[in-house]
Design a protein around this ligand. Structure first.
Ligand code: 6PG
Length: 236
């Protein structure tokens, strides 16, 4: 099996002194990219990250001015739980941001993971397969180097011929059943931002910088990725 590496991964590291500074940097860049995409072609497609780290960024976006009617929201992964379950990534994004801005609900596309891994993946494939490249993909990083719901040991989801959307079983991070965009699909993007905060990520960041293989290192868009990381004791 060929792990996805059409181009070597280029990582630009952006270090912030706090989670709030990281959120401000990511929110600012996201709004800039949206403005330019909408100016160029009247639409902005963004894939949202799950987990807890993006919440502060989402709360800043909720308070921002933007051409919201031209935003199109997708999700990088989802936990198999009912749509109104607080453990859902779509629930957190809605509560922190989306419910507070006038993005047409028809332009917000949660992953139907409540249908289960296989059916959820099948349904979402139809939705994303005709998008050549997302304008922006937001991703988190797990302590083991996972991103979205792409976990170490599940190499098929990192493979160069993986489907766009994959079912995930036995995820080491609860809940075990999930749906995720594959490394290949997440890499088909103009920009990819990783949002990384928490002392528990330091070892994964160190291994990534040292060139170790891990799911996060399999995200390889042509233009490279931007990794926003909190490292105490820095200035910005
Ligand atoms: C999920 C996420 C997952 C997350 C990382 C980091 O569904 O859990 O997609 O990939 O981004 O585990 O999570 P935290 O931001 O909570 O540390």
């Amino acid at each position: 099996m060929t792990i996805y590496h059409e181009v070597p991964q280029q990582v630009r590291w952006h270090v912030s002194a706090s989670a709030d500074a990281l959120a401000a940097a990511v929110a600012g860049r996201t709004l800039e990219l949206a403005h330019h995409a909408i100016e160029r072609r009247g639409a902005f497609t963004i894939v949202l990250a799950g987990g807890a780290t993006p919440r502060v960024t989402y709360e800043l976006l909720r308070r921002a001015e933007a051409a919201w009617s031209q935003w199109h929201i997708y999700f990088g992964d989802e936990r198999c739980a009912p749509p109104d379950d607080p453990q859902r990534n779509s629930w957190m994004a809605d509560e922190a941001w989306l419910a507070g801005v006038p993005i047409p609900r028809s332009q917000i596309h949660p992953i139907p993971a409540e249908l289960g891994p296989e059916q959820g993946a099948q349904r979402y494939t139809a939705l994303v397969s005709d998008i050549v490249a997302f304008d922006l993909v937001l991703l988190g990083l797990g302590e083991d180097g996972h991103t979205a719901s792409l976990f170490p040991g599940h190499d098929a989801n990192l493979a160069i011929d993986a489907a766009d959307v994959v079912p995930v079983f036995a995820a080491p991070k609860p809940p075990p059943f999930r749906v995720s965009l594959s490394a290949r699909r997440l890499s088909r993007a103009e920009h990819v931002f990783f949002l990384i905060a928490g002392a528990d990520k330091a070892s994964a960041v160190q291994r990534w910088r040292a060139g170790d293989s891990m799911p996060a290192a399999s995200i390889r868009p042509t233009a490279g990725v931007d990794a926003f990381v909190v490292e105490r004791g820095t200035s910005s």
